[in-house]
Design a protein around this ligand. Structure first.
Ligand SMILES: *Cc1c(COP(=O)(O)O)cnc(C)c1O
Length: 419
């Protein structure tokens, strides 16, 4: 196999050194960057330190000595990454819970009479928005449907916003096709039409250069365990522009969102910053790993990361078309580079079994870890801090080999049963 071109690209890569900041399993090409990023070595050390030295030795003192500052520092660093003030960010809960709190708070202001999303959004978002629509507005969520699962039709979306002004929730990068929206353009359109977009940044944060101030983003939620590499179930974040924060109330007004939780007052008085969206005690053990991960992203530079991602996605598409196109594989990603996030979905009727075969070690003992999404998509995630061009080339040749030799036939087609 000739990897000359891929190797050349790796040698010229200005982000190459960052791979060694992460724990990398030997003989494994990890292309599932979307669902769970790799652990930074520093996060692993920190978690051990917190468990063994802080929790075990300090017990309750750990809160004042160490833990209360963790969410504060993460807010500041997310603020640097996204160009927001730390006071506009809450870190905690899951993305789903944060979306619930935020959408509920906006509808409760009485300013917005409808709740809307589109067919590329993530199922959890749709469930939550629909529930809020039913309970607060007495009407169902309106979901704008596009002709395909591939692309958002922007003109259609804009006219739907005109026709149905209200709260809109969109995923900045769609989880299936990696369709990337124009944040600034849509925010402006929404604002001009008495609407507000809550952005779900789960598949974007850490790999797309996002500037909340420049794009006039008013509200967003996002997870931290995908391209932010925060660890399994690491808490999510919520962002609200400070000009509208005073209008919003957290529907789960718990003590950690109080202006002064340790006064233990019987009267609830909300914090004035986005910290009001906290409800209970922060999940320190699952939150701590986020900080070293954001440090790496800031050190590498989000623009450099985005640049490398674009080049790797283009490389992956080129190889897929060359080697897998003739074998019946289709690339399911928007045409234009500026409309693409950092994963490539490819489709094949045997996608599920091909994924199973990829995860088995090959003759060179190498495993390739992709993502499967029903009904027939293989997602290949590119995480520029640790994905190499050579790995991408290897993965595509591996898929080609599996299809040509029908190696997937050894597996049972049982995806309906997969949790
Ligand atoms: C991964 C993902 C989530 C995850 O939600 P949790 O509540 O944190 O599990 C939400 N939205 C989108 C778009 C995602 O990709």
């Amino acid at each position: 196999m000739d990897f000359t071109e891929a190797k050349k690209l790796d040698e010229a890569d200005i982000l190459a050194k960052f791979k060694s900041y992460f724990h990398n399993n030997e003989n494994e090409i990890y292309l599932d960057g979307n669902s769970l990023g790799k652990p930074p070595k520093k996060s692993l050390e920190l978690l051990k330190e917190i468990a063994e030295n802080q929790w075990a030795e300090k017990l309750i003192e750990g809160w004042n000595e160490h833990w209360l500052n963790i969410p504060k520092r993460i807010k500041s660093k997310l603020g640097i990454l996204l160009n927001a003030d730390p006071s506009e960010i809450h870190v905690g809960d899951s993305t789903s819970v944060n979306l619930y709190k935020l959408a509920y708070a906006f509808i409760q202001t009485g300013k917005y009479k409808s709740i809307n999303s589109d067919s590329l959004n993530f199922p959890s978002d749709l469930y939550i928005l629909d529930q809020i629509g039913s309970s607060l507005l007495g009407k169902k969520l309106h979901v704008l449907k596009y002709a395909t699962e591939l692309n958002a039709e922007i003109e259609l979306l804009k006219s739907a916003i005109n026709k149905n002004p209200g709260i809109w929730c969109l995923s900045l990068v769609s989880y299936k096709s990696a369709c990337l929206y124009d944040l600034q353009d849509l925010n402006r359109h929404a604002e001009d039409n008495n609407s507000l977009i809550i952005w779900d940044l789960s598949h974007a944060t850490g790999v797309i250069d996002i500037d909340f101030k420049k794009s006039k983003t008013r509200a967003a939620v996002g997870c931290t365990y995908k391209f932010l590499n925060g660890g399994p179930g690491s808490p999510a974040f919520l962002y609200v522009d400070k000009s509208i924060l005073p209008e919003l109330k957290n529907p789960i007004a718990g003590w950690f969102g109080h202006a002064n939780p340790f006064r233990f007052s019987d009267q609830y008085e909300a914090a004035t910053d986005a910290g009001k969206f906290a409800s209970g005690t922060p999940s320190i053990l699952s939150m701590a790993g986020i900080e070293p991960a954001i440090d790496i992203i800031i050190e590498a530079g989000i623009k450099n990361i985005r640049n490398k991602s674009k080049r790797q996605i283009a490389f992956l598409i080129e190889l897929t078309e060359k080697y897998l196109g003739p074998l019946g594989v289709k690339v399911e990603i928007p045409d234009k580079e500026e409309n693409r996030g950092s994963h490539v979905s490819i489709s094949h009727p045997e996608a599920y079994r091909i994924c199973l075969a990829m995860k088995q070690a090959d003759a060179d003992k190498v495993k390739v870890i992709p993502d499967f999404r029903p009904p027939h998509y293989i997602r290949l995630g590119v995480s520029p801090l640790y994905t190499t061009f050579t790995e991408l080339h290897w993965a595509i040749l591996r898929i080609s080999d599996i299809i040509q030799n029908q190696a997937y036939l050894r597996f049972e087609n049982t995806y309906q049963n997969v949790p």
